[in-house]
Design a protein around this ligand. Structure first.
Ligand SMILES: [Zn+2]
Length: 316
């Protein structure tokens, strides 16, 4: 059944052209008048090549790691870097889906929190009609003080992503302008994107049966619903996965659609497999063989301890 899944040992190669473009993009961010020589584009490309093609790090992550490395080498602050293309213009908070993107937002300050470090001047939640995001205003930026409940246009602010959660940073390149009026702030922006290896699939995955009561849909244990007793269950597919990038553990649930997409198996095929084997656990075992140990990007809302996967993609 794993015929549709990409084997772990296969290589998704980042081309020389892409490496060279990424390397030049990185070098453009560094000032021309550095103490010490900038590396050549070939050196940067070779570093990216090693991270992507040898260690299977996604190119975006490799690019960020390389920028951070050279920043350390030259003792530069993040603010010292140049970003060609600058601000992407006015956007809503819910549309923030990239790391390190310069944007303009018009927002209400929903909450101010106690800064946890001297380097932070203000930290809290900002919101617009589309949702809310955390913001951090750095002390060295020396910007206008934000007041809770007031509306501001924040220009040239930069997005940041940590563990799939986005936030907005205000630094010395940013501008704050108080705006009259009010904003009806929307709910939390909940979707989270995570890139990490899948380290386990928990029991209760694969081919399962659910209670047919449409308000219940509990997963049956030995043909029994804990609420409705013995029922004629309905087959479903799901994966309860554990992702662990070495720092954070995230539990995730793939529904039938996401399981079919990532597992390369349909519900009908899963039922056939189980019938052939006279055992539903063969489906769970097959999914474990096909998926565990590989690197994925998954996206969806966090509900309780679970990320409910809407989109999933295998990375290399
Ligand atoms: Zn039930």
């Amino acid at each position: 059944m794993s015929s549709n899944a990409t084997p772990a040992e296969s290589t998704v190669t980042v081309s020389d052209a892409d490496l060279s473009e990424a390397a030049n993009g990185i070098l453009e961010q560094f000032p021309d008048d550095l103490d010490g020589d900038l590396p050549s584009a070939e050196e940067v490309a070779s570093r990216l090549d090693q991270m992507t093609n040898q260690y299977k790090v996604p190119l975006d992550e490799a690019r960020r790691a390389a920028v951070s490395h050279y920043r350390d080498v030259f003792g530069l602050e993040y603010d010292d870097l140049e970003f060609p293309g600058q601000s992407a213009g006015d956007i809503t908070l819910a549309s923030v889906d990239q790391d390190e993107q310069w944007v303009d937002v018009t927002v209400k300050v929903v909450e101010l929190w106690e800064p946890t470090h001297d380097s932070i001047d203000q930290v809290g939640l900002i919101g617009d009609e589309s949702g809310r995001l955390k913001f951090t205003k750095w002390a060295k930026a020396e910007l206008l003080t934000l007041e809770e409940g007031r509306v501001y246009k924040l220009s040239n602010v930069i997005t940041s992503e940590y563990k799939g959660r986005y936030s907005i940073n205000l630094n010395s390149r940013s501008n704050i302008e108080a705006v009259d009026g009010d904003i009806d702030v929307g709910a939390d922006v909940e979707d989270v994107q995570l890139s990490a290896p899948m380290v386990a699939i928990q029991s209760g995955s694969g081919l399962i049966k659910r209670c047919p009561d449409e308000d219940c849909t509990r997963v049956l244990q030995n043909g029994r619903c804990s609420e409705h007793g013995d029922v004629e269950g309905e087959f479903d597919l799901r994966i309860k996965a554990v992702f662990d990038d070495g720092e954070t553990v995230q539990y995730a649930i793939f529904d039938r659609e996401a399981t079919e997409a990532i597992g390369g198996i349909t519900l009908e095929e899963a039922k056939e497999m189980a019938m052939d084997a006279l055992d539903t656990s063969v489906v769970e075992d097959a999914l474990i063989d096909a998926l565990v140990g590989r690197y994925y990007s998954v996206e969806g809302p966090i509900v309780g301890r679970y990320l409910l996967v809407n989109e999933a993609e295998q990375l290399g």
